[in-house]
Design a protein around this ligand. Sequence first.
Ligand SMILES: [Zn+2]
Length: 496
Amino acid sequence: MRSIIKVVFLSVVTMCLFLPSALADNSVTRIDGKNRYVVAVNAAKKSWKTSSTVVLVGKEAYADALSAVPYAYQKNAPVLFTNSSSLSTDTKKGLQDLKTKNVVILGGTKSVSSKVTTQLKAMGISVKRISGKNRYDLAANIAKQMNSSSTAVVANGFAYADAVAIAPYAAKQGYPILLTNDKGLRSETSAVIKSRGVKKTIVIGGESSVNKSTYDKLPSPGRIGGANRYEVAANIVTKYNMSTSNTYISNGFAYADAASGASIAAKQGKAFIFTNEKTLPKATRKIIGSKKITSFSVLGGTSTVTNTVTSQLKNPVVGKTVFIDPGHGNQDSGATGYGLLEKNVNLDVAKRLNTKLTSAGALPVMSRTSDTFDSLQTRVSKGASAKADIFISVHANANDNSSANGTETYYDKTYEATNSLKLAQNIQPKMVSALGTRDRGVKTAGFYVIKYSKMPSVLLETGFVTSPVDSNILKSATYKDRLAAGISSGVSGYFR
Ligand SMILES: [Zn+2]
């Protein structure tokens, strides 16, 4: 009986130890495909079991896809792509699977040839084409096919990312996306604004995309800008408070994947953001952090969005601002022993931690990055102005007795006592296993930086510079790197 109770107890403990971490990584689903046609078909199938109407765009004709999404949304149609010269096999199969009866081709015969039309008709599909003399004219002609709207979006016809980023919102609102260029307001665009009775315009992109003179010619304009495509997309999510319960994300330079993503984000009323191929850009991390996004659908294969990016998205530290404070500096050496100056050890560990956290997807901020000195008050106020989610002060220990050794973590109960303790408990065992030092445990102390920092905060004593054992460990780059990795994984554990 006893042993059964023990077994039950142990399995409950085991479940508690392993289940929460397994459950609380962010959720990431990849909508994959061997090429852009398949990605688009797979994206469509996520939202449509069958689709009587499909909007079809040429694979190289990104400009044709810019205005597609709001139109496709009104037709309750996904956006698919084809080769220009003949209907792509994967798309053909997609149309059959979706039981499509009508195809609307956007763009001229250069983008989607008349052979494609013939092939579609041979499948029993009726075909309509919306074309234009140029991208501006095409966008205007698409707008004319939409329900009337007193508001329109205006974007640069060469900045497809801007147009695609606004597409889910524009679609939901029934706003057409009109195009212009950096030289001035296009006549096709001003004509359709007039004929459609547009009273209000939303301009996407900074002044390099839609310049001031164009802006001033538009009816009641408002601008959503940003330093780059990632920031523009993030600003759209913030401005319109888009639903982030499952956020779509694509490579900001993979236009077909982006347009497919925008199309299903529109259908599902979800936010849509961009990444680059290898790592999450800063603006994207910021919006993930500020909106506390924990669920993502990634558009495209590993060649457009690498597994490094999906690992970052899965990591609960993604988008979190982690303040790293390497203790002491300049005239204040901190503890000394065995040729070590604590200030240098702290800075070295902190820099490595900064690197690890950055690769994990976080937004670390350091109180110092070189041998400079800040008062304790300054460190606390730097952490506060960084709006840090957590505060980590990095130190090394000292004792008159050289036999004192080991690793310990401090927290203070003044602010965020429970979370500070949780943070300490996550980091301490990771440091110990990284360094193989003696575990001195988690302790409380009213050290200034953790007493006055209002966010969850800890002070790490990585090892004793006065110990012959610990000082050797703290001299080793390998150990310091393992230590930084351990702290970083403890931080992820805290957010999990
Ligand atoms: Zn210190």
